[in-house]
Design a protein around this ligand. Structure first.
Ligand code: ATP
Ligand code: MG
Length: 565
């Protein structure tokens, strides 16, 4: 890994805890972590935080360390194989490797069933015949204890028999559940005899139709951790109230190979973003975006297609660090990190997004000169290229104002501006069509202003703009992406019952046909560029074809909207 992600990070509370465990030789000094996605959607940038933490810890603690990729596939109704493949691809793209340690919770179904039988035999689990409504009503509230189920005192024999018949498919969905027998008066609702097995007649993407009972997440997760000898089970804060149940299961199930423990850290929340698979799925299903990999999506596949880099994501996760308290991270920080990385690697080109023709009336008609430009000022090894310049050019409409606003230092009628790396030009005439649209700017250039020389006898030139030579320019489709939501916290703005999609930014995508310098002819899909003075762009890996490139705007060059807030 080229960035600093493989170097030890400064010690946050998780790393401090792990360092203490290692030095105390807990688990013989081994650190075994896991990333446990549920394959019910594509991963998002929040998951990247968890991936960088778990896989990062394995790298930092090598050689006595590793990180497992485990699919928590205990809920067959929502899970799909395509998500499994996409999750694997995303973890790899981020630069991490699970080696031989790819697991599925569904591989443990038989063992998990055995553990449940073990709990029943110890009098620590029972089959409950109450309806879901009765169970909910008897659960109590935060201030009142729950009421014991009339089936709580069933004999071990009866429970064993009923549980076996649940597995055999003798009962209907919802007719019975297996519950852990813990404490109906616990102040922690998760400890009030939580359901650990339910009947579900659903086809599973790996186990097919062999099961009609499925373990609950809170049951399967700690026991899967223990089966894999995970040492540190790191999850987000919302699981803090589930920790006692995690510990209860690890303490009470017999014959577990490992004794993991769970600790929680704050999840990543970003401004202008929704970060729940359920909501992202809604955007996909309702056609509000083009798919999971729409470049406006906060999914790993979306940001990859937009042109974010794995190194930038890893650096971002390192920058935000780990805390025990929820917080909101500015999307601007993520964009800043992306910009910093691309600045090192992206080749520079000249592109004009909203072209206006400029004719240099005193420039020889048939002349084409080649200007030598540096490909990347940050890296000399990237070399130089030749960019043609001739009598007819394009400049960006934003770089000309017929009636200039205050402080506008670029081209205006009668005014002078520098064409970057070329010479200064003066706008002599503005040509318009019948409708009043500007069709051409007729300008003169000053040969004496090449190589940065100042105009003689005229005011100092304050603006420098980019350009492309008209005859050689190529037309390319450019997709100008912006943030997907127009409010900082779409979830909050919508409230519990509201619809977050009403806060989508109607201007999150604008498509333009840009004029770009001819060197781009050799570009391949999936390459990063800096359009000078404009931003970073990525040749779309899906829609680009040889000779017909599509560019996605990765990020603007300047931190536009953060300042505009
Ligand atoms: P979502 O709420 O988006 O559906 P999830 O937590 O249900 O996410 P899982 O597939 O269960 O998704 O998550 C896998 C791992 O990623 C879990 O350990 C979870 O804690 C972690 N994770 C999920 N979202 C975030 C986030 N925003 N920040 C950090 N870690 C996250
Ligand atoms: Mg989940």
């Amino acid at each position: 890994m080229s960035d600093s992600a493989s170097a030890p990070a400064s010690l946050d509370f998780i790393r401090e805890m792990i360092a203490a465990d290692v030095s105390a030789q807990r688990n013989d000094g081994w650190v075994i972590t896991r990333f446990p996605p549920e394959p019910n959607g594509c991963l998002h940038i929040g998951h990247a935080k968890s991936i960088c933490l778990n896989f990062g810890l394995a790298l930092e603690n090598a050689p006595n360390a590793r990180c497992h990729l485990r699919f928590d596939d205990t809920n067959p109704t929502k899970e799909e194989v395509e998500y499994v493949d996409s999750i694997k691809q995303d973890v790899k793209w981020l630069g991490f490797d699970w080696g031989d340690h790819l697991y599925y919770a569904s591989d443990y179904f038989e063992k998990l069933y055995g553990f449940a039988v073990n709990l029943i035999k110890k009098g620590l689990a029972y089959v409950d015949d109450q309806t879901p409504e009765q169970m909910r009503a008897n659960r109590g509230t935060l201030t009142a204890p729950g009421t014991a189920s009339p089936y709580r005192e069933r004999s071990v024999e009866e429970n064993l028999d009923l549980f076996a018949r649940m597995r055999a498919g003798e009962f209907k969905e919802g007719e019975r559940v297996l519950r852990a027998r813990i404490d109906m008066a616990s102040p922690n609702m998760n400890m009030r005899d939580p359901a650990i097995y339910r009947i579900l007649r659903a086809h599973h993407h790996r186990t097919g139709d062999s099961w009609c009972i499925y373990p609950m997440y809170d049951y399967a997760h700690p026991l899967s951790d223990a089966l894999e000898s995970i040492t540190h089970s790191l999850c987000t804060l919302e699981f803090e109230h589930h920790r006692p149940l995690y510990e209860w299961l690890i303490a009470n199930v017999d014959g577990l190979p490992g004794q993991p423990y769970q600790r929680e850290f704050a999840r990543l929340s970003l401004t202008y973003t929704v970060m729940s698979k359920r909501k992202l799925l809604r955007l996909v299903k309702d056609g509000l975006v083009s798919g999971w990999d729409d470049p406006r999506m906060p999914t790993i596949s979306g940001i990859r297609r937009r042109g974010y880099t794995p190194a930038a994501i890893r650096n971002f996760c390192k920058t935000i660090g780990l805390t025990k308290y929820p917080s909101l991270t500015d999307l601007g920080l993520l964009e800043h990190t992306v910009r910093e990385d691309l600045n090192q690697h992206a080749q520079r080109v000249y592109a004009v997004l909203r072209p206006v023709k400029v004719v240099l009336t005193n420039y020889p008609e048939d002349q084409i000169e080649q200007i030598e430009l540096v490909n990347n000022p940050e890296n000399e090894a990237d070399g130089k290229r030749l960019v043609p310049l001739s009598r007819e050019l394009y400049i960006d409409a934003d770089d000309f104002m017929e009636v200039p606003s205050q402080g506008f230092h670029r081209l205006v009628p009668g005014g002078e501006v520098r064409l970057k790396y070329a010479f200064c030009i003066i706008c002599q005439e503005v040509i318009k069509d019948a409708a009043g649209n500007i069709t051409e700017l007729r300008c003169t250039y000053d040969e004496a202003t090449r190589h940065g020389a100042k105009p003689v006898g005229r005011p100092k030139v304050k603006g420098t703009i980019h350009w492309v030579s008209a005859a050689q320019a190529m037309d390319v489709e450019v997709r100008l992406y912006d943030k997907l939501f127009s409010v900082e916290q779409p979830d909050e703005a919508a409230g519990d019952d509201g619809d977050f999609t009403q806060f989508m930014n109607p201007h999150s995508l604008e498509i333009v046909t840009a004029k770009i310098e001819p060197s781009i002819d050799s570009a391949k899909p999936g390459a990063h560029y800096q359009f000078e003075r404009v931003g970073y762009f990525f040749t779309d890996p899906v829609d680009s074809q040889p000779g017909r490139l599509v560019f996605n705007r990765t990020v603007q060059l300047k931190d536009g909207f953060v300042k505009a807030k």
